[in-house]
Design a binder for this molecule. Structure first.
Ligand code: ATP
Length: 143
């Protein structure tokens, strides 16, 4: 079986007391967080920073310590089963300006409730729930 590992980030921005999360529309159709395959020699966080820059052109975002969630799923690629693991961190962006790469067909900043509705996969919703809870405990979100 093919094994694949990606790293990504729940990227949020605080604006006038509102917290919004960034979701990308993948060409396959689903909405998900920024993420991408780990390249050889990279740490997990280096992958996230590179993917964030490649996929959104955002460079001035910062990791928040103490959050790391891993999900796993299977999918089929060219007749083969792929077991994929994705590690998510949480990052705060200072800008909402996004420049997409060819990999995605859209992006949107949404509050927690709407981001939950927009995400397609249960495990991605679980990551957002945990990220939102993490920020709530830090007093970084209102609701
Ligand atoms: P990456 O952003 O890591 O480079 P990718 O764009 O190559 O990823 P995925 O987003 O992992 O690929 O999508 C590959 C397949 O897995 C698609 O068919 C997609 O529908 C499915 N998939 C994506 N995310 C999930 C998930 N959280 N749970 C289950 N299946 C998923």
């Amino acid at each position: 079986m093919i094994r694949e590992k990606s790293c990504g980030a729940v990227l949020f921005i605080k604006k006038a007391e509102e917290t919004k999360y960034l979701l990308l529309n993948y060409a396959a159709g689903h909405w998900d967080f920024v993420k991408g395959n780990v390249e050889s020699g990279e740490t997990e966080k280096e992958t996230v920073l590179r993917e964030l820059q490649e996929e959104t052109a955002i460079v001035n975002a910062a990791f928040l310590d103490g959050f790391k969630e891993t999900i796993a799923y299977f999918y089929r690629r060219q007749g083969q089963t792929v077991h994929k693991e994705v590690v998510f961190f949480i990052m705060e962006s200072k800008t909402d300006k996004v420049t997409l790469s060819f990999e995605h067909v859209g992006y949107i900043w949404l509050d927690y409730k709407h981001a939950m509705e927009k995400l397609n996969f249960r495990n991605a919703k679980d990551v957002l729930l945990k990220a939102h809870d993490f920020l709530s405990k830090k007093g970084m979100v209102k609701d």
